[in-house]
Design a protein around this ligand. Sequence first.
Ligand SMILES: [Zn+2]
Ligand SMILES: [Zn+2]
Length: 286
Amino acid sequence: MPLPYPDPRVALATLHGKADALAPALASLGLQVETVAIDTDALGTFAGDIERPGTPNEVVIEKARRGMAVSGLKLGIATEGSFGPDPLLGFLPLHMELLAFVDDEHGQTIVVEHAGHDTNWVSKAVRPGDDLQPLLASIGLPTHAALVKPNRWTTRLDEPLPVAKGLIDPAAVTEATERMAARSEDGLARIEADMRAHRNPTRLAAIGRLGHQLAQRLATPCPCCGAPGFGRVDARLGLPCELCGEATDLVRAEIHGCGVCGHREDRPRADGLSAADAGHCPECNP
Ligand SMILES: [Zn+2]
Ligand SMILES: [Zn+2]
């Protein structure tokens, strides 16, 4: 069912070929993704050569707005990924991805998010001459790429952090390791998975799933004003303990809301869980 937009074009600000992953889901709603080639690297890079100028939420909305400004369109989308060790389960890598939809037609911003351990992200210091094969296998060369940079580097105004990106040939990684180690203050190089979407089919697949999540959200009209995009905006904590009924830190209810008229409703958890395992209870398991 087409959405109530007079102009169905949506600006996608990217240099990194995400349109193929996002277009099908939005096309099911009659929306057309138009890539706007702006250099979003100015808003930060994974390699760390350019810092991100705000929270991921702020940056993803700013990216979408830049694409809208350049194209003159009233709708814009952008994604923002972040990667690192899971703060709770330190040994597992965590991929967080945000997808923003900025809608100046109705005056609302929708951000949907993905969090998962299904990622090839890894970051490791190596010495020239080390056996790189296991590390490169875990990154997934040649369908996925690696990047190499000095392990320790003090950024100077006249000399930004050198990074060799998009490497899919092990010989090129070995060569870059020697070159970057020689420039590093500690003689080591740092090898990471290249997380840019066009070099990372695993991340691209997650972005595709986020596109479907956004489409589902946009296909849900607000029960109050009828604007598209009604869905989860917040959560209420305090799921009761299964044994004593005490409130835990787990989500008790989802709060669904409309970004246009501000209407909000409590909804049960999507997974149907109505009581918390006693392991989460401050009384039963302090
Ligand atoms: Zn509404
Ligand atoms: Zn309890």
